[in-house]
Design a protein around this ligand. Structure first.
Ligand SMILES: Nc1nc2c(c(=O)[nH]1)N[C@H]1C(S)=C(S)[C@@H](COP(=O)(O)OP(=O)(O)OC[C@H]3O[C@@H](n4cnc5c(N)ncnc54)[C@H](O)[C@@H]3O)O[C@H]1N2
Ligand code: MOO
Ligand SMILES: [Mg+2]
Length: 675
């Protein structure tokens, strides 16, 4: 049988540890204890969060609230510390209001176990109970006491947690997450459990948590209190969501979270050739040779001894730009040389052929015998490339972090010093998946049936990702079926580093991505809603498979998908392969038309061009900005960063737009145009 996977979190309550987290020894021991008590037969514990707070009621309650309301379902929260008699010991009092059901049995078990060890445990005042579907236990502060108390309960805790989650078997709890997925999808299933007898309204158990608002129906409200989230999770007859349970975060918060979770993939050794473009160097490159490796002429002409000056001289040798040897030159002689040819030893400058006159030829008339040098006052070293004057052997020519650009300069430089291989940050492989029962391949022949739409997201996203130099894997189209989506994602995780999906992340009953990531892939959803237009339901998650991998579940609307790809996904990909400046550049532009402001911060697709008349950058819109209109990204090389209506100056708010001729910020996705 599949073991039950249980998520636990630890809150360390200690003013000392809150100032110096390294002084916290308890959470490490507790985590070890959870690991030691995980078994393949019954339950496996995963400690997915640890927070440290000081002995402060508000801080403790804030940490509890964050954990209970966070996107990842927790089966157990243990606190450690603050359970004694000291004035500052406040943990039981802070935790108690969260306990909808108290568990004196757990308290008793802990105390009797500790009393066997020390009478001092009489002075521990633990509380335990259930908040929604999460069991909460307060452990003492000493690392030893905390572990002993936890160990006293741990054999029984899986059972307690399963019961608290209101789920019958461990299979349903996590492996596949069948029940919760169906619940998320709004599929009403009759529970085998009778409604709990302590509820005043059987089947409407959330009701009394609504702070007096009697909705009179069984639809849960999310994120208003720990209790309401608890209901979302454990109410056996939960219907569809009416409010997203994911907090709305700002674009900045979203980009910060992504940056935090994005790590460099690794370092690889690759060949120096045209495929190197787009990589970032993971080493300083030192020149093993000098360029040029020999003293070379910069022009076609005559190598001279510069101090000889003007006059007619015999041509004693010829040097072509080719390997070979050349005899030395003495004062009073010249040597014919071509551009790039080695100079004869003794030559100190080269006179350009234009500054000379042919005076006489050899008898067979095949070579020059004498030339007159017209150039006056030549300088030592004139028209000579000294050894190492471009690159000296031992010079650092490129540094770690340098990007191999498409301009060619870096590849050329590496080639010039004879570099065959370099160490670079590995490129990530990105899988792109479209989701939706309505989505058909763009090239499917025949007319569309009612409810069908051609897949524009996958080709558009694959193109954009590939053009940025990343490897892509086309994951095709998955229908809105839990099984299909789940297996596609699980399989994809074997071969790609990052998955980008489109569709299925909003509020529809077939928007399955979020519950699948959380429950079937055991992933962490870092955010599921962003205050932006387009792209509101953008979802970002990480999964462990076996390394950490990123999943960007972008909205299905085609313009939303492209905007969020550029705003969130591409910078993350660039960061993971070593780009220090991984975000697209932001510039100030003058808008060439009134740009309407929206209540949400908006990213309007635009064309930015350089205006020769006023020497500034100007932006024009690309037509209708509806999220479904992919044409709004046609011809766009930028997005205008439009603040939310309520955040602009009063004048702009009254006008409802950024008026023509005024300035706005634009993020450049492509090259600036000319017009
Ligand atoms: N009640 C609410 N409804 C919606 C909300 C909301 O907050 N509350 N958010 C809206 C916003 S904003 C967006 S954006 C969309 C996002 O929807 P999903 O990501 O769940 O995507 P779907 O519902 O699957 O599809 C949306 C739309 O896009 C079309 N689509 C999907 N995939 C493709 C594709 N590969 N190529 C072309 N077009 C595609 C799909 O047919 C739908 O028309 O939700 C709003 N709803
Ligand atoms: O946020 Mo949605 O992407 O506007 O349509
Ligand atoms: Mg949807």
């Amino acid at each position: 049988m599949t073991p039950t996977k249980l998520n636990a979190a630890i809150i360390v309550v200690s003013t000392t540890a809150s100032k110096d987290p390294f002084s916290d020894a308890s959470s490490g021991l507790l985590t070890e204890s959870f690991a030691a008590n995980s078994s393949a037969e019954s339950a496996t514990w995963q400690v997915i969060a640890r927070s440290i707070v000081s002995d402060d009621r508000e801080e403790i309650q804030g940490a509890l609230k964050t954990l209970l309301e966070g996107p990842t379902r927790l089966n157990l929260i243990v606190t450690t510390g603050g359970t004694g008699f000291a004035i500052t010991d406040i943990t039981p009092e802070a935790v108690k209001p969260f306990l909808q059901k108290e568990a004196p049995g757990l308290v008793h078990a802990m105390l009797s176990a500790s009393l066997n060890i020390t009478p001092f445990s009489m002075m521990s005042r633990p509380v335990a109970g259930v908040s929604g579907s999460t069991v909460i236990i307060t452990l003492p502060g000493s690392p030893k006491g905390a572990t002993e108390n936890l160990e006293a309960l741990i054999k029984l805790l899986p059972h307690a947690c399963i019961q608290a989650a209101g789920i019958q078997s461990s299979r349903k709890l996590h492996s596949g997450g069948v029940e919760s997925l169906e619940r998320h999808a709004g599929i009403h299933k009759h529970s085998k459990h009778p409604p709990k007898s302590d509820s005043p309204h059987s089947g409407h158990r959330h009701h009394h948590h609504h702070h007096g608002h009697n909705h009179g129906h069984a639809i849960p409200r999310a994120h208003t209190s720990p209790e309401s989230r608890a209901n979302r999770l454990d109410d056996a007859v939960t219907r569809r969501y009416r409010e997203s349970p994911y907090p709305m975060i700002t674009v900045e918060e979203a980009t910060d979270m992504i940056a935090r979770e994005t790590q460099i993939k690794g370092i690889v050794q690759v060949q120096v050739n045209e495929d190197l473009v787009g990589y970032v160097l993971a080493e300083d490159v030192t020149a093993a040779e000098s360029v040029p490796a020999y003293r070379a002429s910069i022009v076609d002409g005559y190598a001279v001894v510069h101090s000889d000056g003007k006059g007619t001289y015999p041509v004693v040798s010829v040097s072509h730009a080719a390997p070979g040897s050349i005899p030395p030159l003495s004062s009073g002689q010249v040597s014919r040389v071509t551009t790039g040819a080695p100079l004869p030893p003794g030559a100190t400058a080269v006179a350009m052929v234009e500054d000379t006159v042919l005076k006489s030829m050899t008898e067979d008339e095949r070579e020059e015998a004498e030339v007159e040098i017209l150039a006056d006052r030549m300088e030592d070293g004139e028209n000579v490339r000294e050894v190492g004057s471009d690159v000296m052997k031992g010079d650092v020519v490129l540094r770690k972090g340098d990007i191999i650009s498409a301009i060619g300069g870096e590849v050329g430089l590496l080639a010039s010093v004879g570099r065959a291989w370099v160490r670079v940050y590995d490129k990530v492989t990105v899988g792109v998946l479209s989701t939706g029962d309505e989505v058909v391949h763009h090239d499917r022949e025949g007319e569309l049936r009612l409810g069908e739409i051609r897949d524009s997201n996958r080709p558009a996203l694959l193109s954009a990702i590939k053009a940025q130099g990343f490897s892509t894997v086309d994951l095709g189209i998955a229908g809105d079926k839990t099984g299909a989506l789940q297996s596609t994602l699980i399989e994809a995780l074997q071969s790609v580093d990052v998955i980008v999906t489109t569709g299925g992340v909003s509020m529809g009953e077939l928007d399955l991505l979020k519950p699948i990531i959380e429950q079937s892939l055991n992933g962490t959803i870092h955010f599921g809603r962003v205050a932006m237009k387009p792209g509101k339901p953008t979802t970002f998650a990480t999964v462990q498979s076996p390394k950490k991998k990123l999943i960007f579940a972008l909205p299905g609307n085609p313009a939303s998908a492209l905007v969020t790809l550029h705003l969130f996904v591409l910078p993350s990909l660039r960061k993971s392969q070593g780009y220090e400046k991984y975000e697209f550049p932001q510039v100030r532009v003058t808008v060439d038309e009134d740009m309407k402001l929206d209540p949400r911060p908006e990213f309007r697709r635009a064309f930015v061009r350089f205006d020769e008349v006023d020497g500034r950058l100007h932006a024009s819109g690309t037509g209708g900005q509806r999220s479904s209109r992919i044409g709004s990204a046609h011809g766009a090389n930028a997005v205008l960063v439009m603040p939310a209506l309520r955040e602009v100056s009063e004048k702009r708010r009254e006008l409802g737009c950024i008026p023509k001729g005024e300035t706005a910020d634009a993020i450049l996705w492509g090259q600036i145009g000319c017009a």
